[in-house]
Design a binder for this molecule. Structure first.
Ligand code: 5AD
Ligand code: FES
Length: 348
């Protein structure tokens, strides 16, 4: 508890001090961290929860991240791609449901060239100029990021996955590199996107020292958003038999990040809701303030499976929103209709 107070007073701790918070077996630490993190979140955002409508528009992927169910090398993944028309209609439905920000998420699918992405971005912006568009389509060239930004994309999510190079190399095949991931993140920021990075908690071979490196990276990079959730094994990967990441540790990391980056946008992720039936609520109560419900058409939801037992794969978007509204209200929060920009970065 003293360490948590010190973290709040000084805005930082030594590596050893962070480690002792993360490794502590005392559940009181998590509770105390949550209480403090919620106070900080409330000072900036009150009890508002921002929604981002997730459109999972392709599960084709040329990469082979070892932990991911839709890696290109998984012959059992049933592949799909939404047409531009389907994507725009998802956004229209989302708009009617109250969404003002859309996240276009997909595997690294070469079919979606810059031209195709630009056309989709312009299409959504033309229909809904008051909406923010977030892209989450992996590593691309600087030029590609620039062109999509000019077309109207506002934000970009690209998880760094781990801030430790050797750990990154364990989790990815040799044709992917830590340096390129970091280069992409810096370019995105430089271009002017609001940037989200993030990592899994409890990914294979992850040690406390890696989480501390993640903390150091976040302190230095200062992203507008940080997506974190527990690692969940997928049956068609070499990590099928590995343990699920700890929900408790995920919550501690959420609270620490809230304390370090007070106005950061922090989602209570689907993986947190999958690892624990009350995971997303617990995330809010540990300092998170964003939820990203799925707007993908019901027919493809069950195919965007990065990990096993993913929640909300059988529901229509409208049902999901109603369910979420209830859940969020039950723990004393309210969903707000707004773009929910990071306070330091509004561009329109
Ligand atoms: N468990 C939890 N999260 C995963 N992701 C990919 N595979 C898994 C898994 N098995 C996360 C990665 C990726 C994001 C889209 O989903 O961090 O960046
Ligand atoms: Fe999707 Fe409850 S949030 S069904």
């Amino acid at each position: 508890m003293e360490l948590v107070d010190k973290l709040i007073q000084k805005g930082d701790l030594s590596d050893e001090e962070f480690a002792s918070i993360l490794d502590s077996s005392d559940p009181g630490i998590g509770e105390y961290l949550s209480k403090k993190a919620v106070a900080v979140r409330e000072a900036h955002y009150g009890r508002d929860v921002y929604l981002r409508g997730l459109i999972e528009f392709t599960n084709y992927c040329k990469n082979n991240c070892k932990y991911c169910g839709i890696r290109g090398g998984n012959p059992s993944a049933e592949r799909y791609r939404l047409s531009e028309e389907e994507i725009l209609s998802c956004a229209d439905q989302g708009y009617d449901l109250g969404f003002r920000t859309f996240v276009l998420q997909g595997g690294e699918d070469p079919y979606f060239t810059d031209e195709r992405m630009i056309s989709i971005i312009r299409g959504i912006k033309a229909g809904h100029p008051d909406c923010a568009i977030t892209l989450s389509v992996g590593e691309r060239s600087r030029e590609s990021y620039e062109r999509m930004f000019e077309a109207g994309a506002d934000r970009y999510l690209l998880r760094h996955e781990t801030a430790d190079k050797a750990h990154y190399e364990k989790l990815h095949p040799s044709d992917m590199s830590f340096e390129n991931r970091m280069k992409c993140l810096r370019e995105l920021k430089d271009i002017g996107y609001q940037v989200g990075c993030g990592m899994m908690i409890g990914s294979p071979y992850q040690k406390t020292e890696h989480l501390i490196k993640d903390i150091r990276f976040l302190q230095e990079f200062r992203p507008e958003m940080v997506g974190i959730g527990p690692f969940i094994p997928h049956h068609d990967t070499e990590y099928a038999g590995h343990n699920l990441g700890s929900v408790e540790l995920t919550l501690r990391m959420l609270s620490i990040i809230r304390l370090l980056l007070p106005d950061v946008l922090l989602p209570a992720t689907t993986s947190l809701g999958t690892a624990d039936a009350m995971g997303r609520e617990k995330g809010l109560m540990a300092g998170a303030n964003v939820i990203m419900p799925n707007l993908s058409p019901a027919g493809v939801r069950g195919k965007y499976l990065l990990y096993d037992n993913k929640i909300c794969t059988g529901d229509e978007a409208a049902e999901c929103i109603r369910c979420l509204e209830n859940r969020v209200e039950k723990v004393g929060y309210q969903i707000v209709v707004s773009r929910g920009d990071h306070p330091g970065k509004r561009r329109s």
